[in-house]
Design a protein around this ligand. Structure first.
Ligand SMILES: C[S@@+](CC[C@H](N)C(=O)[O-])C[C@H]1O[C@@H](n2cnc3c(N)ncnc32)[C@H](O)[C@@H]1O
Length: 264
């Protein structure tokens, strides 16, 4: 543990240009397709909202701006600082540095969300179990927990170890183009996907980032949720509310406190 109470392993994981808040916002500026889904889910619940792995507030801020109190928790100080910079003064949004695997906020919420495949940062079953148990402790009796995760085969389809152009965006400092090449490698036995990224920034600067994530099917998540006393009430295969299917790119699980009814 560091002096701030955070586990070094979580901090190391996000210590790269990928989790620099200003770069993250420029990279994801055009990724908006999930925002209305999460705002609508917030409207359908009561009480304050907790977003785990809230990043720069891409989702937490629009939810708060619609009139809800939101707490955003994220382990990367640079992401939290960026969220705090963007927060308008009258908005009831608070951003905290913390680890979603071990948090104790001394209060409960009507809705807890873990969005944008951030569950993939839980690299072991023990990490997922610890996070989901903390979620259960922070939910009000009628509260809702919702998680989305990319369907594993969509994420791993290009995990062939080949370097290719991945994405680009304007540098937050200068507006000049940042271009990113990357390669993906996947180990089915551990379900670990490793993303090596090489950034080229105007002026000849370069940076590297390695992202490690763990793949989860909806069934694997449901088992871990069940172990933490959370039951999947409904699920979707996309942010337009379509039913889950084998070829869906996204899996969204909406849960409440309670055990799943299991067949004998
Ligand atoms: C893909 S980003 C999603 C950010 C935001 N939810 C969004 O939709 O834009 C994943 C976030 O998870 C955070 N993260 C990774 N491990 C974490 C942990 N153990 N506890 C809390 N946050 C974590 C990263 O710092 C990063 O901000």
């Amino acid at each position: 543990m560091t002096r701030s109470g955070l586990d070094d392993s979580a901090l190391r994981h996000v210590d790269s240009i990928y989790y620099d808040g200003a770069h993250y916002d420029r990279r994801y500026e055009t990724y908006t397709r999930d925002i209305e889904f999460w705002c609508a889910l917030a409207r359908s619940t009561a009480g304050p909202v907790l977003e785990l792995a809230a990043g720069t507030g891409r989702l937490a801020l629009p939810i708060a701006e619609s009139g809800r109190e939101v707490v955003g928790l994220d382990v990367a100080p640079s992401m939290v600082a960026q969220a705090q910079r963007k927060r308008r003064p009258a908005t009831a949004a608070t951003f905290l540095v913390g680890d979603m695997r071990h948090f104790a906020l001394e209060r409960t919420f009507g809705l807890v969300i873990l969005a944008c495949s951030s569950v993939c940062h839980l690299l072991t079953d023990a990490d997922a179990a610890s996070c989901f148990a903390a979620v259960a402790r922070h939910l009000r009796p009628a509260g809702v927990f919702a998680v989305d995760v990319a369907t594993p085969h969509h994420e791993t389809a290009t995990a062939d170890g080949q370097w290719r152009d991945r994405f680009g965006y304007p540098d937050p400092a200068t507006g000049a183009a940042v271009t990113v090449r990357g390669r993906r490698r996947y180990t089915p036995e551990t379900r670990m996907l490793v993303d090596d990224l090489e950034y080229t920034i105007a002026g000849g600067r370069t940076a590297r980032a390695t992202r490690t994530s763990r793949m989860y099917t909806a069934d694997q998540l449901a088992d871990l949720l069940d172990g933490a006393g959370l039951r999947v009430d409904r699920s979707y295969g996309g942010f337009d509310g379509r039913p889950p299917s084998a070829d869906a790119q996204t899996q969204i699980l909406i849960c409440s406190l309670g055990r799943a009814a299991r067949g004998s």
